[in-house]
Design a protein around this ligand. Structure first.
Ligand code: PLP
Length: 343
């Protein structure tokens, strides 16, 4: 699906100018969680199952990687280098996408989370990075991963390789196009299922998913404040600044005539706790709640914290009984195995 035109939203979304490598099988399902909705007092909680994307264990980053890999392959790259934290899901999925396309992959991973226990260091995503054939560079938490990645890319180029460097979280404007496409996908599905969502709730890490959705909705003529994000990485003001900037740049790629209003980027900071990758009680409760009521697995770093935000918003009366709320399940299941001790 590259062009979406629909009576429900005023403007078409045309991404056909941008190179894209298909990594998803098609739209991910939107499902009602009936037992959880009852538990939360009658708000209808729906999930968009972006955790069900197939490659490399699945997750939201495959949407960005469709456009990032498209750009890399169009440029003739045979090697991809990206950055992230030691347990980065984006790094794992970049390794998977590279393996599938026959590209070499190098991951520059920092100890951004202050842990050095075995399960964090060696299990979860890092185990999968190794199985997927990526070379991992292990850097301290204070290191500038992108600078290291760029220097490494130069080294590889000097050896004759053609290298594509992908930023944190895959959240360049090109990567964010993946979630602009998802905005159209959600509206199309909502219309087909006869649903209207009061809010779409997501985690905000590097901000790319939020920026892409915001740009997509703005391009489609829908107010991007439909998206309510919980920051899990940066402090609220920083997350807002990054997301607003990325959303604007992404929208420029789609329709330079349009602008994002500052007030349409909505980010809350109450779920960050002690910082990125640091467990909170609300996250633990949310992960257990969704698992035990619906058999679905959130992750401890991103979706667990955002879902905690959703449950607290419901309990504080922010959503009313009968309203439909959509939560994007972003994947990240391998992270649970690095967080055994948190549960
Ligand atoms: C499982 C999961 N959910 C959500 C996010 C957040 O996405 P973004 O970095 O685009 O804000 C990430 C990012 O790494 C992730 O791995």
């Amino acid at each position: 699906m590259t062009t979406v035109t629909n009576a429900a939203f005023p403007y078409p979304l045309d991404l056909s100018r941008h190179a894209r490598r298909a990594l998803l099988e098609g739209p991910t399902p939107i499902q009602l969680l009936p037992r959880l909705s009852r538990e939360l007092g009658g708000v209808n909680v729906y999930v968009k199952r972006d955790d069900l994307t197939g490659l490399g264990g699945g997750g939201n980053k495959l949407r960005k990687l469709e456009f990032l890999m498209g750009e890399a392959l169009a440029a003739g790259a045979n090697t991809i280098v990206t950055v992230g934290a030691r347990q980065s899901n984006h790094a794992r999925l970049t390794a998977a996408a590279a393996a599938q396309a026959g590209l070499q992959c190098e991951l520059v991973l920092t100890r951004a989370v202050p842990r050095d226990d075995f399960e964090y260091r060696e299990n979860g995503n890092i185990l999968l990075d190794d199985l997927l054939g990526a070379r991992v560079h292990d850097l301290p938490g204070t290191a500038n991963a992108l600078a290291f990645a760029q220097a490494r890319a130069e080294e590889l180029r000097a050896q004759g390789r053609s290298v594509y460097v992908c930023p944190l979280g895959g959240s360049s404007p090109v990567g964010c196009l993946g979630y602009a496409a998802c905005a159209a996908e959600i509206l199309t599905q909502a219309q087909a299922q006869g649903l209207r969502f009061a809010r779409i709730v997501i985690p905000n890490g590097s901000g790319g998913m939020h920026a892409g959705l915001a740009a997509g909705f703005a391009a489609l003529g829908i107010d991007p404040s439909l998206v309510l994000a919980y920051t899990v990485l940066a402090k609220t003001e920083q997350a807002y600044a990054t997301t607003f900037e990325k959303a604007g740049k992404t929208l420029e790629l789609i329709d330079p005539a349009r602008r994002i209003e500052g007030a349409s980027i909505v980010i809350e900071g109450a779920q960050l706790g002690d910082g990125y990758g640091m467990p909170t009680d609300a996250m633990r409760e949310a992960v257990r709640l969704v698992a035990s009521k619906e058999g679905l697995l959130l992750d401890p770093v991103y979706s667990g914290k955002a879902f905690a935000g959703l449950t607290q918003a419901v309990r504080s009366g922010r959503f009313t009984s009968g309203e439909n709320v959509l939560f994007i399940m972003t994947g990240g299941l391998p992270g649970l195995f690095a967080y055994r001790s948190a549960f």
